[in-house]
Design a protein around this ligand. Structure first.
Ligand code: HEM
Length: 280
């Protein structure tokens, strides 16, 4: 007779709690926390990718509310990921140094799923692909994400089907034409912001995208502050300059047009609607 299903069996708790192998010997008390936090991140990254894929699929089928819901979940997870960073700050810098050397040359820099989220959201970087070239597990996954449309591309394709002028970017075009298209996409967002009642589905969607962008950046910010508090200006275990490198990532944006559109807004929009509306 087979055993009835139980909590431990369904969730494979026996396997799950056997996955935290400390490298320090004797095991340093805080290394378990360090591993647990990183593993928890990777599980949440998996869930975020699941939701991003669902959002992209829904967008392709013009089901904006479904995409918005999936992205709202992503944002709630990201809020948790930001607060999770601070659990690490209960570890003293000297305790971290007690096992830090064992980690060399591993680093969060090599988190495949973090890069998958970046790629799928809109930040594709070929140098990242090269960095994972020899990793049999990560390389094909990253390549697949690199070659797939981003959330931003799916969003602007959806807006185009909704009658807005939001042409895609195309790296084969000259810089002037790319800039012109960028401006058109930002103005399509402006149109949504200034007509949010008649374009409510698009508005909700755009807001969930910018919230995803914002909360991912907030994670970057909390991470760099925590790193500086922990190791000052030491080089990273992954070989980068450390905090100096991390600061250069703070301004990265998944959907720059969504932010740019705010710059185009002015007080007359509030008073008289969108000045571009008459041009079409
Ligand atoms: C004591 C805790 C931590 C320290 C001291 C630390 C330190 C660093 C440093 C110095 C870097 C720069 C790359 C390098 O040279 O290694 C880095 C990158 C990174 N870390 Fe952490 N980290 C910590 C915890 C975490 C946690 C909990 C996560 C969650 C997954 C994480 C994810 C990342 C990611 C994704 C990057 C790459 C960021 C980018 O390139 O934009 N780190 N970390």
């Amino acid at each position: 007779m087979t055993e009835p299903l139980s909590y431990n069996k369904y969730l494979r708790v026996r396997d799950l709690i056997a996955l935290q192998d400390c490298l320090s010997d004797p095991a340093h008390h805080d290394e378990l926390l360090f591993i647990t936090i990183h593993q928890a991140y990777e599980l949440w990254f998996k869930q975020i990718l699941h939701e991003i894929d669902a959002a992209a699929l829904a967008l392709g089928e013009d089901r904006a509310p479904l995409a918005t819901r999936a992205l709202a979940r992503v944002v709630e997870i990201e809020k948790l990921l930001v607060t999770q960073i601070h659990i690490l700050e209960t570890m003293t810098p000297i305790n971290f140094l007690g096992f830090r050397d064992e980690l060399n040359p591993a680093s969060g820099f090599q988190s495949m799923q973090f890069r998958e989220i970046e790629f799928s959201s809109g930040l594709k970087d070929a140098s990242v692909l090269r960095a994972f070239e020899t990793d049999e597990f990560a390389a094909p996954r990253l390549r697949a994400r690199f070659d797939s449309p981003t959330l931003g591309e799916a969003f602007y394709a959806y807006l185009t089907r909704k009658g807005l002028d939001a042409p895609p970017d195309d790296a084969s075009l000259d810089e002037g034409e790319r800039q012109r298209r960028y401006g058109q996409r930002a103005r399509a967002v402006l149109e949504i912001l200034t007509h949010f009642e008649s374009r409510y589905e698009e508005y909700q969607l755009a807001e969930s995208l910018i919230a995803h962008d914002e909360h991912f950046s907030l994670w970057r910010y909390h991470h760099v502050k925590m790193v500086e508090r922990m190791v000052g200006s030491k080089r990273g275990t992954g070989g980068s300059e450390g905090v100096g490198y991390l600061r250069t990532t703070l301004d990265k944006k998944f959907f720059p047009e969504l932010w740019e559109a705010r710059t185009y807004l002015d007080t007359k929009h509030g008073a008289a609607g969108c000045p571009f509306a008459g041009e079409r």
